[in-house]
Structure formats: C-alpha cells, structure tokens
Design a protein around this ligand. Sequence first.
Ligand code: SF4
Ligand code: SF4
Length: 115
Amino acid sequence: MSKKWKFSDIVKWGPGRHEPGATIPESGTAEQYETGGWRTERPIRDREKCNDCMICFFACPDSSIRVENGRLVDIDLKHCKGCGICAQVCPRDAIEMKNEIEARMEEGKKEEEKV
Ligand code: SF4
Ligand code: SF4
C-alpha cells in the first residue's frame, strides 16, 4: 500500500528520517528535483548543424530536450543526466558531449569576463 509523505521540509531531514536507499515520497515528483547534479558530461548543441528534426526529443529518457513551436530551443540541464543518447541518435552530429567540469569552468570564465 502506498503511503503519502509530507516532504516539503525534506532538505532538513538528515539521515535520521531517511529510510535506507532512495526516498521517493510519492510519484510524479521528478520535476521538483534537480536531477542533473550527478552528470559527468553535458550535451552541447550546435545550432548551425541542427535542423530541428526532434529525434533527440523523442529519444531523451529524461524529457530534457525543450521544444517550442516545433523547434528545439534548449536543453534542460537541471534534469539532463548526461547519458549521451541525444548525441548518439542525432543524424546531423549536432550534439557534442562535453566534460561537465570543463563546461562549468568555461561558464565561470565567461561570467568573469562580463564583470
Ligand atoms: S544527455 Fe541524455 S538526458 Fe541529457 S538531453 Fe541528452 S538524452 Fe537527454
Ligand atoms: S537530433 Fe540533432 S538535428 Fe535533430 S533536433 Fe536533435 S540536435 Fe537537432
């Protein structure tokens, strides 16, 4: 029998209140968690090569390819886990998987340059 949890304060629980293993308080909560945190590689799309065929959209297991008005607009890095499937299925070689740490360092440099 499923039990409904109150978990609005889950970040304060600490080890004492978590059961061993994963805590999944109820179904359909994935959107509330930034599950991209354990990614080791991130997909980088080349806009010039991409023709919005949407193959990556249908293949992504985490619904992290964002589409608006029939065009691929973005990749949701808060939820993308870096599996690389999108890069594998892309027929135009428009997605490159990049080391996550290097990508973050480059982002940091760009932010510094703006200041
Ligand atoms: S790397 Fe995996 S999770 Fe991330 S956008 Fe591509 S297919 Fe989706
Ligand atoms: S599969 Fe490749 S070409 Fe097609 S929408 Fe995705 S990135 Fe663009």
